[in-house]
Design a protein around this ligand. Structure first.
Ligand code: ZN
Length: 334
């Protein structure tokens, strides 16, 4: 299988200050993992995003303010989100990479794509930077696909709930947002009951308690996430691929192993065409975990992967899934 890898050198020049966990080496770790995989790599230089795609999801005032702030040397946009003068170009190419990957995959067979970029995107709101994110890269590509009448499922396995993405797509019945995330945890949103607040049930939040491991993730994936995606029947899947639910991640408290990402990607690929699936880097702050998990993801998507057994979750974790199932079964057949 061919792997389209979209990236741009500016993503390692985005300077978040010394000792910040969201650091340039993350990009090289992921690129290394993809390079180590057994897929045929096709590198694409991520272009700067077209302004019209940005303006579909971000306020014009916000875009202009961010550009001016970076051009004056940057600084702290909030407690966690630090930018430099180079960040403007990095942000444009991060969003542009996802749009380019979607355009590139059109007409492809036996391929998939991975966008390796910083800053990440899923906490960014239409008018505000948040949680290391400037533009919501996945939401920008979603907006482009929606403008062509495509139905999209956004699947977010970053350990944090993608509050920005959910806020941007929740009123669109042709976009399914799925998030598995640690809860309670930053940004303190993403309850399972969100599904009941929408007429078409197009938000699927599956909160995971601290310590949850791959056994529960695989059960959730197979018995809830995949049936919901297949009933929703999207034209495209955008995966917000953060790797901070890994047990070695320094910021979060879940216990996935690299093989769990390979397992999820492989199950997804057996239910949905890989040439309509784009993996987009979000968080993940342990470099070895990033490298190994990114490799597992694409080898899983390509069917080249035999996953080892997952770790075991604390007692009671499966009961939380029963609660999720009872909400979801009011909207989908499980
Ligand atoms: Zn995260």
């Amino acid at each position: 299988m061919r792997l389209i890898v979209a990236s741009h050198p500016s993503s390692v020049e985005h300077d978040t200050s010394r000792n910040h966990p969201e650091r340039p080496q993350r990009v090289n770790a992921v690129l290394q993992g993809l390079q180590d995989s057994r897929l045929e790599i096709d590198k694409v230089l991520s272009p700067e995003v077209d302004r019209k795609h940005l303006e579909r999801v971000h306020d014009v005032d916000y875009i202009n303010t961010l550009e001016a702030f970076c051009s004056m040397g940057g600084g702290a946009l909030d407690m966690d989100t630090i930018v430099s003068s180079e960040s403007w170009k990095a942000a444009l190419t991060a969003a542009g990479g996802v749009v380019a990957a979607a355009e590139r995959l059109e007409g492809e067979t036996d391929a998939t794509a991975f966008v390796v970029a910083r800053p990440p995107g899923h906490h960014a709101l239409s008018d505000r930077a948040m949680g290391f994110c400037m533009f919501n890269n996945v939401a920008v590509a979603n907006g482009m696909l929606r403008s062509k009448g495509q139905r999209v499922a956004i699947v977010d396995w970053d350990v944090h709930h993608g509050n920005g993405t959910e806020a941007m797509v929740k009123n669109d019945p042709d976009v399914l947002y799925v998030s598995l995330h640690q809860s309670p945890f930053y940004p303190f949103e993403g309850l399972i009951t969100s599904m009941d607040e929408e007429p078409k049930g197009t938000t699927l939040n599956i909160p995971m308690g601290e310590g949850t491991a791959g056994d529960v993730y695989r059960e959730a994936w197979g018995s809830i996430v995949l049936p919901v995606i297949s009933q929703f029947a999207p034209d495209w899947i955008l995966v917000s691929a953060g790797y901070d639910a890994h047990r070695d991640d320094p910021l979060a408290g879940l216990r996935l192993i690299s093989d769990d990402y390979g397992w999820m990607a492989s199950e997804l690929a057996s239910a949905f065409p890989t040439e309509r699936t784009i993996f987009v880097l979000e968080g993940g702050y342990n470099l070895d975990a990033l490298r190994d998990s990114a490799r597992a993801t694409v080898e899983g998507a390509a069917g080249l992967f035999q996953a080892s057994e997952p770790l075991q979750s604390p007692e009671g974790s499966f009961r939380d899934l029963d609660r999720a199932r009872s909400v979801v079964s009011r909207h989908y057949r499980l």
